[in-house]
Design a protein around this ligand. Sequence first.
Ligand code: TXA
Ligand code: MG
Length: 333
Amino acid sequence: MKTHRCNAQSSACLEHAAAVLRSGGLVAFPTETVYGLGADGLSEEAASRIFEAKGRPQDNPLILHISDILQLEPLVQNVPPVAAKLMDVFWPGPLTLIFQASEIVPKAVTAGLSTVAVRFPSHPVARALIAAADLPVAAPSANRSGRPSPTDAHAVWADMAGRIECLVDGGETEIGLESTVLDVTGEIPRILRPGALTAEDFEVVIGPVAADEALTDAQATPRSPGQKYRHYAPRAPVVVCKDETALRAEATKRRARGECISVLVFGEAAGPDEFSLGSRTDLSQMAHRLFRLLREADTPRTQAILVSAVPETGWGIAIMNRLHKAAAKEELK
Ligand code: TXA
Ligand code: MG
């Protein structure tokens, strides 16, 4: 398949992409978090193609993206009062809500669960595309399954060229990590995947919010199927380290053995194999850069990528969630 790549600034590009979606094809497009891989979210067949293109496990459900609040009602059985309050404050934006699904939502989207994930993105290109297609758009992140999520068109192209009909290039995404996933179907709203919006942000609006046990207890089964897989991973092993002095010492030791090591640290990068995560006092910079740097640091020669860990508060919760999954078991104390 030949992938048509076009610039989001052009209206012909968006018209073409919307027509592809309407005819059951796959379109990668920018959102404020990461690039999505979109398909007609009401079509069993179109949504199924996403799994094939990504190599995604069949039991991992998709998020339906809407561009107007009126698109929500037909997709869900009800809108709990807490959800309505959150939507008022945080939609459009990087918040995915889990509802009881209506019968029009295809099984390929819910992966057979009784619930459905819905998000109203704020990115103008995402909104324009969804509106032009006039459909809820099913879209996971536009990476091959297991790889870091793409935050620019270059990364989408590397993973998806030849596997999808169209790539809408809208430049770099702003946030860089995926949306916060919040389940509002239970007594207490529960965070299933941490993101830029945190429990503290929600608690101001709706009171107490819980976190899925699986986010802190490795033995617990995640309620969000996607959380159980190794994820966000470059080809080279990722090693996470709390102490930058120890991290640099480890890099020096391995380089002395002749290994090719990439290092991701705060502040200025000191050499060609070092990459800057930005300022330690503003972790939104690390969030914005992390997935791009994990790809850049991963050259064919790279034998390990050493990354600075951060305290698990604010942005740090989502960042460390992604790093733990990228690193699998390897962690320096
Ligand atoms: O920021 C984002 O959310 C991006 C952009 C493209 O919108 N999308 C994204 O999709 O990250 P994906 O498929 O990579 O991650 C969706 C997550 C997965 O962990 C999945 O298991 C979870 O949401 N999810 C989807 N439907 C669910 C459901 N009904 N119940 C629980 N978790 C669900
Ligand atoms: Mg993903």
